[in-house]
Write a protein that binds this ligand. Structure first.
Ligand code: GLU
Length: 394
């Protein structure tokens, strides 16, 4: 009998990757799909980083690296943390992994026990909940809405905490909402956490460089939080290196050590060529990737302008990342071209079937009134996509 484990049977499929796969499949069948589903820059990796990878191949970087990453890469990461985030880490506090997703999974595996609760300010990235459950913890959503710019309040945080709370995920700039927490807002949340010393914080800052002026404040820069915060980052989004799979953490040394031990049994060190190229990426001045950020900024404004003209799309102004997360609850209960829209999944499916536009339902992010649209696509595709949506809804 084909009997999979309970663990895998209870794991939901990643909604972002599932939608991307569906869009790919439909394209292969000849359908003219525009995919706004996956959060992935549409730029090529910058030449200077590619050159570094080629050099690494020619320099015969073909052996296993240390499990937690090459020492000189970990030193570069420490310099980056100091330069961009005013965070002091030493190389023993750094673990390099196969993408920030593995970094997060490592942290969950080494900190969570069955019965622990993970606090998820919603909307949250789809995999936080799944990774928590995989670590036999349960998760508690702390809801927000477009009316509060998708931010939670200190009062809400306080109310969600129980004796079982072990971990909280912060993600700013946020996937899917693009929201950025200010230093002041983070300090107010930290005040609550100060009263609960058993709670650890994952601060996922993978979108830090894709921000349109507000700047990024690192949670670990709050002195009282440094000893219990794990700062997660990587090169995928800022340097258009999604497929290179390099993520990393800066963490209290005992947590980094545990992640190192876990990784040593599961994957060993991350890809050595990609690690070498990451040194070049992180050592470069941040201005080198400014052209991509400027382009995302421009596209954000176009998308907000065009979507804002469609009745029923309620928008906030995302300050970072490359997603818009409109509240489309206006359409719930309506029938459009014979399709009854009961929820965000129905709406997302309607857009796929009637407009050939792939989006991701907000239900996957703990925000059932919304859908996520990535604007990491060309301006031409974005204009065409929104035009099709408008026509489908007309
Ligand atoms: N983080 C990206 C997204 O949310 C990539 C896909 C994934 O890993 O979920 O679309």
């Amino acid at each position: 009998m084909k009997q999979l484990s309970n663990r895998i049977n209870s794991l939901p499929t990643s909604a972002t990757l599932a939608m991307a796969a569906k869009a790919r499949e439909l394209k292969e069948q000849g359908k003219d799909i525009i995919s706004l589903s996956l959060g992935e820059p549409d730029f090529n990796t910058p030449e200077f980083i590619k050159d570094a990878a080629i050099q690494a191949v020619n320099d015969n970087y073909n052996s296993y690296s240390p499990v937690n990453g090459y020492l000189d890469l970990r030193e570069s990461i420490c310099k980056k943390f100091k330069r961009d985030n005013n965070l002091s880490y030493n190389p023993n506090q750094i673990v390099v992994s196969t993408g920030a997703k593995q970094s997060i999974a490592n942290v969950a595996q080494v900190l969570l026990n069955p019965g622990d609760e993970v606090l998820l300010p919603a909307p949250y990235w789809v995999s936080y909940s799944a990774i928590s459950v995989l670590s036999e913890a349960s998760f508690v959503e702390i809801p927000s809405s477009i009316d509060t710019d998708f931010k939670i309040t200190p009062e809400q945080l306080e109310a969600a905490i129980t004796p079982k709370s072990k971990l909280i995920f912060f993600n700013s700039p946020n996937n899917p909402s693009g929201t950025i927490y200010s230093e002041e807002e983070y300090r107010a949340l930290a005040k609550v956490l100060e009263k609960h010393p058993n709670i650890y914080v994952v601060s996922d800052e993978i979108y830090e460089h894709i921000n349109y002026g507000a700047g990024n404040f690192s949670f670990a820069a709050i002195e009282s939080m440094y000893d219990r915060t794990i700062t997660v980052n990587g090169v995928a989004k800022a340097f258009a290196m999604t497929g290179w799979r390099i993520g990393y953490i800066g963490a209290p040394e005992w947590i980094a050590k545990a992640c190192n031990k876990l990784q040593g049994q599961v994957t060993s060190g991350a890809n050595c060529i990609a690690q070498r190229a990451t040194i070049t990426a992180l050592d470069a001045p941040v201005t080198k990737i400014g052209y991509m950020v400027d382009e995302f900024h421009k596209r954000r404004d176009i998308v907000l302008d065009l979507l804002g003209k469609i009745k029923g799309f309620k928008l906030n102004i995302p300050e970072g990342a490359f997603y818009v997360f409109p509240d489309i609850s206006y359409f719930f209960g309506k029938t459009i071209k014979g399709n009854k829209i009961e929820n965000a999944s129905d709406f997302s499916m309607f857009l796929l079937e009637q407009a050939n536009i792939a989006t991701v339902t907000g239900e996957a992010f703990g925000a059932p009134d919304c859908i996520r649209m990535s604007y990491a696509a060309s301006e031409e595709q974005l204009r065409e996509a929104i035009d099709r949506i408008k026509k489908a809804l007309a």
